[in-house]
Ligand binder design. Structure first.
Ligand code: FNR
Length: 184
């Protein structure tokens, strides 16, 4: 049984990435539990506050610590990760030496209305996660191009992408399990 923290890099009400995250959760076996990180109420990161982190920051760090792995689902903003996602990552990486991310296995996936499906944002995110010492699933990569039919009306992955995304989710969960059994 694993507990996965899902971090969605968009705050938009109708976010495709949130829909993707919610559809991915439905592809997992029932013994895997998911929690969605709340990042909308985090203050802007300010190093002056490291010794006195705000409650939402403490809450995020506790959620990361309680998880076996982290699933990042991100859009691409101007060829990189959205600021809200970077803000959350920076908060939980501090104070220096007390990063909540260190050692947590991660998966990176994302969707975009653009044809490269958030590939460059994902690549930037991989650099950040490498620095944070998060072992990150390398393959399969998943750059999801949002088109009609990607999701069904009831929020499942549409037929055209289901096999691929099922394979991605299976690989991600196996990655987390491998890491948990090695270190847990
Ligand atoms: C975008 N979008 C975008 N798409 C892309 O493929 N590459 C990019 O660099 C950008 N840049 C960008 C910047 C900003 C500020 C916005 C608001 C949007 C389009 C983006 O993929 C689209 O809005 C998605 O729908 C955002 O994801 P959510 O919110 O639907 O999850």
């Amino acid at each position: 049984m694993s507990q996965i923290l899902v971090v969605v890099g968009s705050l938009r009400r109708e976010s495709f990435n949130r829909q993707l995250a919610e559809a991915l959760v439905k592809l997992a076996p029932s013994d895997v539990t998911f929690k969605f990180a709340e990042i909308a109420d985090l203050p802007l990161y300010n190093q002056d506050d490291d010794a006195n982190q705000a409650e939402p920051v403490k809450r995020l760090k506790a959620a990361i610590s309680a998880s076996d792995g982290v699933l990042f689902v991100t859009p691409e903003y101007n060829r990189s990760v959205p600021g809200v996602l970077k803000n959350a990552i920076d908060h939980a990486s501090r104070p220096y030496g007390q990063s909540a991310w260190a050692g947590k296995p991660a998966g990176v996936i994302g969707a975009s209305i653009g044809s490269i499906g958030s590939a460059l944002a994902q690549q930037h995110l991989r650099n950040i996660l490498a620095y944070l010492d998060m072992p990150t699933l390398g393959q399969p990569e998943a750059f999801i191009h949002v088109k009609d039919g990607l999701f069904t009306e009831d929020g499942q992955v549409g037929e055209g992408s289901r096999e691929f995304l099922q394979g991605w989710m299976d690989a991600f969960l196996a990655w987390v399990s491998k890491h948990v059994s090695k270190h847990g």
